[in-house]
Design a protein around this ligand. Structure first.
Ligand code: ATP
Ligand code: PAF
Ligand code: BAL
Length: 286
């Protein structure tokens, strides 16, 4: 597996693969890779002939006071994992390579409606930063398909919308969330948790599962359900940012009549913000 750091080298390597008739798949990441990321690479190797991954901690999607500076950077270990997973090319640019003229005057891509609320409400500008960098990366790599995790459910919806609205000929694939045995969604930010916090963290997925079970059993008083579960998160020592039931396709607040639902949560454990979600389609047999 080759690692390239410039757009020029990236384009040359992808052009070589294209000239050999290969289909290109792309997995963008921020690095510090775990089994959730590797599942996306494995999926890509099954679908295309040439897999490109990127590692770039994108300053444009971090707000003031967020964890940009302390976000884990583990390039050597990541390269080894990508190699073992069958990745063909890693693009690991610097901030200067991605934003040579700085970020202030950078053209932005914004996806209205889907970017509002949930993580968009607590992280203003976050999805504009994500949509902008993903658009730039898509233009650099020009893949046939790109793979994202369903763990970042709102992000996946935003990216599907931007590809549709900007007529990008890229198939977007969403892959299921990879979890630890106790249910905690794998995330690079789990590494920030102390041993005691790590023991508490599975309450996030338990909360989602209990809400889903109650809905499956016919509960439709969503506000009451949410309020009870927020109390449970708080009792466990978490500080909930949001816990909501939304329509899975539009992300508008769910009504009692909706059948395709997603329960989404973001909650702080100390200073670490964890997100998770559970997709519940009442018309699909369990
Ligand atoms: N547990 C997981 N299962 C499946 N996909 C995942 C998982 N965690 C992250 N991904 C996906 O990997 C891609 C890169 O995500 P990212 O590098 O931000 O990892 P992360 O572990 O989610 O980090 P963070 O701590 O920032 O949430 C995204 O498409 C994301 O949805
Ligand atoms: C898609 C992404 C790589 C854009 O920086 C990031 O938001 C992530 O890792 O989910
Ligand atoms: N996985 C989402 C990237 C972020 O939290 O900035």
């Amino acid at each position: 597996m080759n690692t390239v750091k410039t757009v020029r080298e990236l384009r040359a390597a992808v052009a070589r693969a294209r000239s050999e008739g290969k289909r290109i798949g792309f997995v963008p990441t921020m690095g510090n890779l775990h089994s959730g990321h590797i599942a996306l690479i494995t999926k890509a190797t099954q679908r295309v002939d040439f897999v490109v991954a990127s590692i770039f901690v994108n300053p444009l999607q971090f707000g003031a006071g967020e964890d940009l500076d302390k976000y884990p950077r583990t390039l050597a270990a990541d390269q080894q994992k990508l190699l073992e997973a069958g990745c063909d090319l890693l693009f690991a640019p610097t901030v200067e390579e991605m934003y040579p003229d700085g970020m202030t005057g950078q053209t932005r891509v914004s996806v209205p409606q889907l970017s509002e609320g949930l993580c968009g409400a607590s992280r203003p500008g976050h999805f504009e930063g994500v949509a902008t960098v993903v658009s730039k990366l898509f233009n650099m790599v020009q893949p046939d398909l790109a793979i994202f995790g369903q763990k970042d459910f709102q992000q996946l919806a935003v990216i599907r919308a931007l590809v549709h609205d900007l007529n990008m000929p890229i198939q977007i694939i969403g892959e299921p969330t990879v979890r630890a045995a106790d249910g905690l969604a794998l995330s690079s930010r789990n590494g920030f948790l102390s041993e005691e916090q790590r023991a508490v963290a599975p309450v996030v997925y338990r909360t989602l599962s209990q809400i889903a079970d109650a809905i499956k059993q016919g509960e439709r008083d969503f506000p009451a359900l949410i309020n009870a579960q927020i109390k449970q998160l708080e009792a466990a020592g978490m500080r909930p940012d949001y816990l909501e039931i939304r329509h899975a396709l539009t992300l508008r607040p769910a009504t009692a009549e909706d059948r395709d639902l997603v329960i989404l949560v973001a909650a702080f454990l100390g200073t670490t913000r964890l997100i998770d979600n559970l997709h519940l389609n009442l018309d699909t047999p369990a």
